[in-house]
Design a protein around this ligand. Structure first.
Ligand SMILES: [Zn+2]
Ligand SMILES: [Zn+2]
Length: 291
């Protein structure tokens, strides 16, 4: 079940307590996220038709083909755009929000075949295109990316839930999302021995994946896998791969309260992105061997 308003409120409080520096930003993202949950409760986001052939699906799972290509999804753009505009209104109420709000509205005006080009870029995880658009309209790229993700979220979560009814996740052992093919954005460890699950950056589907394997390049050479911990923070770490130079933020749910709520947990671990970025610039440092 996707998180409800109470789950969001609780998560915002937990994060603020764990790391007070994030209080203001998680409160704000929590408000935006709550708006998307209210929208999905009150309006019917239509589910596009899903073609399900069980035999083909089984084959696709073993070959690592995800169920759908998000760029080809026929979503209800009017509803997605209406939610985006509501979120922009909330942004406009913030200090310095009016300037951002104007640019954010302009950013979705450019359309290709009836779909805003930046929405397509968000579906394709094309962050460069989002950054270019943010620059053109003088807005902050992370804010544009967040608003695009949040306005697509109700539709994508609905689709992911429907798809998961047909998928046997035990057949899936790849590093990209079984539903939409996007890369993971976070991982968690839970249960005895700390089994790892990855969380999709786009549709937020979670699936199991071996701990000692890089989900981006499938490297399982232990000598090239390492991790870093944030100082004085139990349960948070960044897993790094020395072969492809990608990293993944990891939350140990045996030490930190779950469940993961991706838009909030992602924002509340920005310092890990910074640590990982610095580490990649500063290669050759001795790292902790992955376990
Ligand atoms: Zn996905
Ligand atoms: Zn790798």
């Amino acid at each position: 079940m996707p998180p409800d308003l109470e789950d969001i409120e609780l998560k915002v409080k937990t994060i603020s307590k764990r790391n007070p520096a994030y209080t203001e930003i998680v409160q704000w993202v929590g408000d935006l996220l709550s708006e998307t949950v209210k929208a999905s409760d009150s309006e019917e986001f239509n589910l596009p038709e899903l073609n399900v052939d069980q035999e083909d699906l089984r084959k696709a799972c073993t070959q690592g083909r995800s169920f759908l290509n998000p760029e080809e999804l026929a979503l209800d753009w009017e509803k997605v755009s209406a939610l985006y505009k509501r979120l922009v209104e909330l942004v406009g109420k913030r200090e310095d929000g009016r300037r951002q709000a104007e640019g954010l509205l302009k950013a979705i005006e450019e359309k290709r075949n009836g779909t805003p080009a930046v929405v397509k870029a968000a579906l394709a995880s094309n962050y460069e295109a989002i950054e270019a658009s943010a620059k053109a309209f003088n807005i902050d790229a992370p804010v544009l990316a967040l608003l695009l993700h949040l306005s697509l979220r109700p539709s994508l979560l609905l689709i992911a839930q429907a798809v998961l009814e047909h998928l046997d996740l035990s057949l899936w052992n790849h590093g990209h999302c079984p539903v939409c093919g996007s890369a993971p954005r976070l991982a968690d460890l839970s249960g005895e021995g700390g089994k790892r699950r990855l969380h999709c950056s786009l549709c937020e589907t979670a699936w199991s994946y071996p701990r000692l394997r890089c989900p981006f390049c499938e490297n399982d050479n232990r000598k090239e896998l390492s991790y870093l911990r944030a100082e004085k923070e139990e349960g948070l770490r960044v897993d790094l791969c020395g072969r492809c130079n990608n990293y993944l933020k990891t939350m140990d749910l045996r030490e930190i309260a779950g469940p993961i709520i991706l838009p909030l947990d992602d924002v509340a671990t920005w310092h890990l992105d910074i640590i990982a970025g610095k580490n990649l610039e500063d290669k050759g440092k001795v790292l902790l061997r992955a376990t």
